[in-house]
Design a protein around this ligand. Structure first.
Ligand code: GTP
Ligand code: MG
Length: 177
């Protein structure tokens, strides 16, 4: 059995827990507690340690899916969870005040992991009414940093869309080998 560790990260409420729950074949492990922090207005629960789920690809391969806590006060977990990861999914909540800045923060925090592995940037919660900054703008922001990775808009409540994200990562992992 070949196993790959995939890590989901991004701001509070970007959908890390939701994405892992959408695709996991085992009952996902999650460490959400009722949120009392002002960072979390509008959401009842928040992750304090990690999320974990699994999905198999045929008989011989399995993805182990980990999610980080979004709150920066738990960022000590980010490094721990990065260990051994072969791919990173950065979720960017488009409804936040400055999603480009959010993306830059995660690119900086995870730059070593990104350099060594695969990465997909997922813009979540993009509404039909407000589409600026658009996907192109996020892509250009990354290109200016010399980072060429897929950027897509997706709804991570939808299993098929999360499978698409994993597929984009796997393609990169295969071409790197
Ligand atoms: N409207 C809308 N809601 C979404 C979308 N994607 C996710 N959500 C909702 O946004 C919320 C995301 O919450 P979580 O999955 O707990 O977010 P998280 O990233 O794990 O947050 P922390 O663990 O607190 O850092 C859930 O209520 C989802 O149903 C989207 O594309 N559109
Ligand atoms: Mg969470």
């Amino acid at each position: 059995m070949i196993e790959h560790k995939i890590l989901f990260t991004g701001t509070v409420g970007a959908g890390k827990t939701t994405a892992i729950q959408a695709v996991s074949e085992i009952p996902p492990v999650f460490t959400d507690v009722p949120s009392s922090d002002p960072e979390n207005i509008g959401k009842e629960m928040t992750t304090v340690a990690l999320d974990y789920g699994e999905i198999s690809l045929g008989k011989a391969e399995r993805l182990r899916l980990y999610g980080t806590p979004g709150q920066e006060r738990f960022s000590f977990m980010w490094k721990i969870l990065s260990q051994g990861a072969l791919g990173l999914v950065i979720l960017v909540d488009h409804s936040r005040p400055d999603p480009v800045q959010d993306l830059l923060l995660y690119l900086e925090h995870f730059k070593e992991l990104i350099r060594e592995t695969a990465c997909v940037v997922v813009i979540s919660k993009m509404s039909a009414e407000r589409q600026t900054p658009d996907v192109k703008e996020f892509t250009h922001t990354m290109q200016r940093l010399g980072m060429v990775y897929p950027v897509i808009a997706a709804d991570v409540r939808d299993k098929d869309q999360v499978l698409w994200i994993l597929d984009l990562l796997l393609v990169q992992m295969e071409t790197r080998q």
